[in-house]
Design a protein around this ligand. Structure first.
Ligand code: SAH
Length: 341
């Protein structure tokens, strides 16, 4: 059985040819899968009965199943999704920001071991396939009734996208296909802890999503402790690569900066961040730390957060405090894989 969920459109067309069917049916099948959320070939009514039978006999469409769903007071919805091999991942729907946003996972667990992130405590279990990554979007879009509406995708769930490069890029290609979801690159954001070689490779791609860099530490001394990847690819090398990263007119790089009480939240830290970002079209998302029993850090007070933000703004750095969406259901940043009640 060929799993159609794993195929970009060209591969789907080749599969059809191998089954003795005209390639152009690939467009129709893509529309069923990605525009209408239909995976059963018998329901693909614009295909001949013969082709429907052939597809039913020779192909399948693997889709993550919703094991659990939790809705936050603010409408944020966390999905526990089960994969074909029984492994679990999480994805989150964040409504009305004002955009509709899906936060999607790229790995089961994560190898980055950031000390302030729960997913990092799991270690890496395995990479997600391209079909499992794009499949999360199919599931969330159909479940929320947004299949035919515009939405954003952020690769900010479990995992490090650039540590699963080929599958992530293939998933982006599938989601971007005009005959399928037709997502523009401007609606997709890839977030990385700073895997440099892969980031350099991304800069050479024909299609490049928006870039977010998780910084959380404005000096090597601090970042080495908080994000071990920094020991391999130090901050100045990372920012050099970001400086050379191709951006469109008025496009900016997002920097995510987690505010950890007494660790990354002082005005001095803020000034170091300002110096670091000099010359980069940047936007800073300040994320007050989301606490968890397993994590030793604490969240700073609202006043401390505001003081930090003010230093950035006074130095003409755009800085926004990330609202703490879905915190009551542990759907907030860094809380994925917290136990389901
Ligand atoms: N591995 C990628 C994608 C994950 S994005 C990356 O690091 O960018 C997840 C975001 O949540 C990161 O910006 C991370 O800094 C942030 N985060 C992790 N743990 C957190 C916590 N406990 N509180 C707030 N933000 C956290």
């Amino acid at each position: 059985m060929t799993d159609l969920a794993e195929l970009d459109r060209r591969e789907l067309e080749e599969t059809l040819a191998a089954l003795g069917a005209p390639r152009f049916h690939g467009r129709q099948i893509y529309r069923w899968l990605y525009k209408r959320g239909v995976t059963d070939p018998s329901a693909m009514t614009d295909l001949s009965q013969k082709l429907r039978d052939t597809l039913a006999a020779a192909t399948s469409v693997t889709t993550p199943t919703v094991a659990k769903k939790q809705v936050s007071e603010d409408g944020t919805t966390k999905f526990l999704l089960q994969l074909a091999d029984g492994k679990m991942i999480e994805a989150v729907y964040i409504p009305d920001t004002p955009a509709q946003t899906f936060c999607i996972s790229t790995q089961v667990g994560c190898a980055m071991s950031c000390g302030f992130c729960l997913t990092g405590k799991m270690g890496l279990v395995r990479n997600l396939t391209a079909g499992e990554i794009s499949g999360q979007v199919r599931v969330l879009a159909s479940t929320t009734g947004l299949l035919d509406r515009a939405f954003n995708i952020v690769l900010m769930g479990m995992g490090e996208p650039l540590h699963n490069y080929d599958n992530v890029m293939k998933a982006i290609r599938i989601l971007h296909d005009p005959e399928g979801m037709n997502m523009s690159m401007g609606r997709i954001t890839l977030s990385t802890a700073g895997m440099l070689p892969a980031l350099e490779r991304l800069a050479e791609e024909p299609m490049i999503p928006n870039l977010a860099i998780s910084l959380t530490g404005a000096t090597n001394e601090k970042r080495d402790v908080l994000m071990p990847i920094n020991r391999k690819y130090p901050i100045e090398q990372l920012l050099d690569t970001v400086r050379r990263f191709p951006l469109k007119h008025r496009q900016r790089v997002t920097f995510e900066y987690v505010l950890l009480k007494g660790v990354t939240d002082s005005p001095e830290d803020a000034r170091a961040l300002v110096r670091l970002l000099r010359g980069i079209p940047a936007k800073v998302n300040l994320i007050p730390f989301n606490e968890a029993d397993e994590l030793e850090y604490k969240r700073p007070s609202d006043e401390t957060v505001e003081r930090f933000q003010n230093v950035l703004v006074e130095h003409n750095v755009s800085a926004f405090v990330r609202k703490n969406r879905g915190n009551d259901i542990s759907a907030a940043c860094g809380q994925l894989m917290k136990k389901w009640a």
